[in-house]
Design a protein around this ligand. Structure first.
Ligand SMILES: *[C@@H]1O[C@H](CO)[C@@H](O)[C@H](O)[C@H]1NC(C)=O
Ligand SMILES: *[C@@H]1O[C@H](CO)[C@@H](O)[C@H](O)[C@H]1NC(C)=O
Ligand SMILES: *[C@@H]1O[C@H](CO)[C@@H](O)[C@H](O)[C@H]1NC(C)=O
Ligand SMILES: *[C@@H]1O[C@H](CO)[C@@H](O)[C@H](O)[C@H]1NC(C)=O
Length: 282
């Protein structure tokens, strides 16, 4: 965990909800769509060849590996729940199974695990933020699958890891400002929520009265390799598991070395909710 802590201290996570103008204002109408950009904290299935599609990922939700870097839900899912919309369809699945047609109902998730500093898969080429934004822009400017009306009722949600913070300028000065005329920028410091949850060994979740989330040893991941060089999800040549999974993932904040559990994200979400509620009034 030493390695992780060091990385973590120097890494700040931000969520940006992009807007042009009225930075101080609040949302009073309920967004109906979310367009998501980011890394494995936000990805819900775009990266096809990754641990997120291997056992034991997804055991809590949806019950099998389905592309999320967790045993269950990730931040995007909780954020969608907050807005009362379905978690947006991953871009890859949307292109592949729906042919990129205008049938998305709750937005599109362009986030790719591997695009951020916490993603350590070697040699994995995944679309970075710039490329993700290009995908989005093409849908707005070329195919017009995403219309101005869509954008007006949308939230753009960018999940950034610390070293990508320099990218901030790309969003604030760059293309987003033009494409998302009437949407808004909002920054949430995810890092602070992580530290709050870890320091308090849990969080109180108002959604489920009496159901406090507790993590006795918040820095110990639930799923880990049986040796240092091995990771959650690794198997040997014969398919034998080279990892262990804790008996109760709900009691762990971290699922693997860098990604929170379903319960971990729920705690982060519970911690962030007051800020979200300040911003979104509907
Ligand atoms: C993002 O990826 C594209 C395509 O691979 C590359 O041309 C570009 O330099 C990358 N941008 C950054 C900021 O890494
Ligand atoms: C935006 O552009 C202006 C002028 O080019 C520059 O001074 C400013 O630092 C940029 N802002 C960000 C956040 O990059
Ligand atoms: C944004 O729009 C303005 C006016 O239409 C244009 O001059 C500018 O180049 C655009 N900026 C970007 C980054 O596309
Ligand atoms: C796989 O199984 C074979 C036959 O039981 C055995 O000889 C071999 O050592 C095993 N390989 C690993 C990596 O455990």
């Amino acid at each position: 965990m030493e390695q992780f802590s060091t990385l973590f201290i120097f890494s700040y996570l931000f969520l940006l909800l992009i807007t042009a103008g009225e930075a101080a204002s609040r949302w009073s109408t309920k967004p109906t769509k979310i367009f998501v950009f980011g890394d494995s904290y936000a990805d819900t299935g775009n990266v096809r060849i990754a641990s997120s599609w291997k056992q034991p990922y997804g055991i809590t939700f949806p019950g099998k590996p389905y592309g999320r870097f967790s045993d269950g839900r990730v931040y995007t899912d909780y954020f969608a729940k907050f807005l009362g919309v379905r978690s947006p369809i991953p871009y890859r699945a949307w292109m592949k199974y729906l042919g990129g047609k205008k049938v998305y109902v709750s937005g599109i998730n362009f986030a790719y695990g591997g695009s951020g500093v916490f993603d350590t898969y070697n040699n994995m080429i995944v679309p970075n933020m710039t490329t993700q934004i290009d995908f989005f822009e093409r849908l707005v400017k070329e195919s017009h699958v995403i219309t101005k009306t869509d954008l007006q009722s949308s939230v753009v949600h960018v999940s950034l890891a610390g070293n990508d913070y320099a990218m901030y300028g790309v969003y604030t000065n760059g293309t987003f400002q033009n494409t998302t005329d009437h949407s808004k920028i909002f920054i949430v410091d995810l890092y602070r929520s992580f530290t709050n949850v870890i320091n308090h060994k849990g969080a109180h979740d108002n959604d489920q009265a009496g159901d406090d989330l507790k993590f006795e040893t918040p820095l110990t991941p639930c799923c880990k390799g049986i040796r240092n060089e091995l990771e959650c999800g690794d198997v040997d040549a014969n398919g034998t598991k080279m990892y262990t999974v804790c008996s109760d993932p709900k009691s762990s904040f971290f699922w693997d070395m860098v990604h929170p559990t379903n319960a971990g994200w729920r705690a982060v979400y519970a911690n962030l909710k007051p800020s979200l509620q300040q911003f979104f009034h509907f």
